[in-house]
Each structure stands twice: as structure tokens, then as C-alpha cells.
Write a protein that binds this ligand. Structure first.
Ligand code: COA
Length: 323
């Protein structure tokens, strides 16, 4: 009998502090109208001093554990999608494990930028399917505002902070039907962080760490690739577009989300949209949208969910799930 991973519970956490488009107008040469028209973003949550990727993640994880009706002791693996770890090491997963108090179980980070949520979900699903692990805590958590260049209007208006968590459980019933992950390192120069440990930090504010993106080119690639991704996912499961109840996309830009929904012939009321409130929270975004859909009662048990993401690397991925 096939072993599936089933979503037992979800949770999320957003920092209390909100930065609106009007707040950004005071920092860079931009306007609320431009940001809303080009991206759909109205506001984003921004960490305060003392808040980190792991503090947000721990909060989200606790809510997911509560929703699943389990405790940290019932978890046998932690996988964290993040590109903004608290530290280079220990990994964010180890920091989270320490606070949750489930010492001894395996815990590691996955860096796939904005596709981190799908990559982490895919890795966790494989562990459960192999039969070695029964209950996995899958987290997507980011503090991208810590590496945003607040002088660069082409990027600083896009990103926000947050964390999401999913408890995945082994089950004989579906479950995650399939996951699909891909990458193209050849496009790394279109979207990246400018410095790293091995290449060396610079003698500049924040060590020279900034997000750089050729937005227009990333936009075109994202729309094209996500369209192909949707086809690949449905084909692998012998399913039609009409069988998908909910599209739960990475929340980078409302125009990208709308284009993907159109390719699926889906109305926007079948799409969970949070980009207006959260901005792009990278690896946290798909899980944040999933949690919102579940907690608002829109997503119901038995619904077919299509999760997808695209991000720096380039990386991209999808998951088809019977909730
Ligand atoms: N406020 C006002 N004007 C801005 C601006 C801002 N925040 N940012 C850019 N502009 C200007 C540009 O300078 C440019 O001006 P010009 O025509 O005088 O040169 C104009 O707006 C258009 O810029 P462009 O980059 O072509 O806009 P766009 O329609 O492509 O929108 C993004 C920019 C970033 C919103 C969009 O390209 C995007 O969302 N890209 C993909 C992001 C993504 O999916 N990332 C993947 C995962 S992280």
C-alpha cells in the first residue's frame, strides 16, 4: 500500500509591524499607485529588532502543532525552507528544534529562495513516502527585509517578512499526490543576493548584502515557467484543470498569479491571494496562503490544491495535494 503525506495542521506568523506603500513613499521615489498597479501589494510586515527568522518560525510551528493536535515530541524531522537564516550555522532548523525541545531528531535547512516552501515540502514528502519518518514539521520562514536595499525602489517595495509551518503525517490515504521541483542555475544573475561568506563581505553597510533583480526578465520567465509547471503537474496525475479546487501560488506579484490562474481557467475566487497584505515573503509565502485558506474555512477537507512557486536560482516547483 502506498504511503502518503497528509497535512495534519498548519500555522503562520507575521511580525506585528506593518509598512504600507505610503510609508515607502517617504523612503524612496515610488507611489502607492505604482506599487499596487504593478504588483498588487498594499502593505508588508517587517521584523523589529529582536525578531528573527527562527522566532517567527517557532511561533508558526507551535500553531501548526496545535492545529494538528500533536506536540513537538511527536515530530521526527524538521525541514526549513529559508534563504535568510538567523546564522550560517547552526541551521535555522536546529535553532527551532532547540526551542521546541525535540532534541535528537534530524533538522536541516533547504535554500531554494522563493521556491523554498515547495522544495521543503517535497523533501519532507519523500522522507514520509520512504517509510523512515512518520511526522515532519515543514517550515518556510524569511526576514527578507533584513537584506533589502532600502535605496533601490525596484526591489525594496516587493518584500516582506513572515513564517509558515505545516505538520505532515504519514497516512494510507491521499495526501500529497505529487511534487515537482526544478532549477536553472544559468539564470542566477537575474535575481540574487550580492555577497556571501565565501565570496566575502564588503566594507559597506550590511556587508554589502542586497537583493538584486532584473524584474522584467524574471517576470516573463516566471509566467512562462509556471504555465509549464501546471501542465507537468496535472499530466503526472492524469488530471484535468477543472479538477483543481484551489490554486495556492507563491505571492510575488498579483499579475503573475492572475496569469497562472488564467492558464488553469480558474476564477480568482479559487485562488488564495495574500500578496496585497504580505508582499513577497519568499519561502514563507505559499504556506502563509495555505494557512489563511484553511483558517478562513475556504479550503475544505477533500479539496484538490495546486501549490506552486518560482524564485531565485532560478528554482521552481509545485505540489498537488488532496487536503
Ligand atoms: N516605483 C515607481 N517606479 C518604479 C518602481 C517603483 N517602486 N520600480 C521600478 N519603477 C520604474 C522603473 O524604473 C521603470 O521606469 P522607466 O520606464 O522610466 O525605466 C518602470 O517603473 C517600469 O519598470 P519595470 O521593471 O519594467 O516594471 P515591471 O512592470 O516589470 O514591474 C516588477 C516591476 C519588479 C514589479 C515586476 O517585474 C515583477 O514583479 N517581477 C517579478 C518578480 C518575481 O516574480 N520574482 C520572483 C520570485 S522572488
Amino acid at each position: 500500500m502506498r504511503i502518503y503525506s497528509k497535512i495534519a495542521g498548519t500555522g503562520s506568523c507575521l511580525p506585528e509591524q506593518i509598512m504600507t506603500n505610503m510609508d515607502l513613499e517617504k523612503i524612496v521615489d515610488t507611489s502607492d499607485q505604482w506599487i499596487q498597479e504593478r504588483t498588487g501589494i498594499k502593505q508588508r510586515h517587517v521584523v523589529r529588532e529582536g525578531e528573527t527568522t527562527s522566532t517567527l518560525a517557532i511561533n508558526a510551528a507551535q500553531k501548526a502543532l496545535d492545529a494538528a493536535g500533536v506536540t513537538a515530541e511527536d515530530i521526527d524531522l524538521i525541514v526549513v525552507g529559508t534563504t535568510t537564516p538567523d546564522l550560517i550555522f547552526p541551521s535555522t532548523a536546529c535553532l527551532i528544534q532547540n526551542v521546541l525541545g525535540c532534541s535528537g531528531i534530524a533538522a536541516f535547512d533547504v535554500n531554494a529562495a522563493c521556491s523554498g516552501s515547495i522544495y521543503a515540502l517535497s523533501v519532507a514528502d519523500k522522507f514520509i513516502q520512504s517509510g523512515t519518518h512518520k511526522r515532519v514539521l515543514v517550515i518556510g520562514a524569511e526576514t527578507l527585509t533584513r537584506m533589502v536595499d532600502w535605496n533601490d525602489r525596484t526591489t525594496c517595495v516587493l518584500f516582506g517578512d513572515g513564517a509558515s509551518a505545516i505538520v505532515l503525517e504519514s497516512s494510507n490515504e491521499p495526501g500529497i499526490l505529487s511534487t515537482h521541483i526544478h532549477a536553472s542555475g544559468a539564470h542566477g544573475d537575474l535575481l540574487n543576493a550580492t555577497v556571501g561568506v565565501s565570496t566575502g563581505l564588503k566594507n559597506e553597510p550590511n556587508g554589502g548584502l542586497k537583493i538584486r533583480m532584473k524584474g522584467n526578465e524574471v517576470f516573463k520567465m516566471a509566467v512562462l515557467t509556471l504555465g509549464r509547471m501546471v501542465k507537468e503537474t496535472l499530466k503526472a496525475n492524469g488530471m484535468n484543470k477543472s479538477e483543481v479546487d484551489w490554486l495556492i501560488p507563491h505571492q510575488a506579484n498579483l499579475r503573475i498569479i492572475t496569469a497562472t490562474a488564467k492558464k488553469l481557467n480558474m476564477d480568482m475566487d479559487q485562488v488564495i491571494v495574500t500578496v496585497d497584505k504580505h508582499g513577497n515573503t519568499s519561502a514563507a509565502s505559499v504556506g502563509l496562503a495555505l494557512d489563511e485558506g484553511i483558517r478562513t474555512g475556504q479550503i475544505k477537507r477533500g479539496d484538490i490544491l495546486l501549490l506552486e512557486a518560482f524564485g531565485g536560482g532560478f528554482t521552481w516547483g509545485s505540489a498537488l495535494i488532496k487536503y
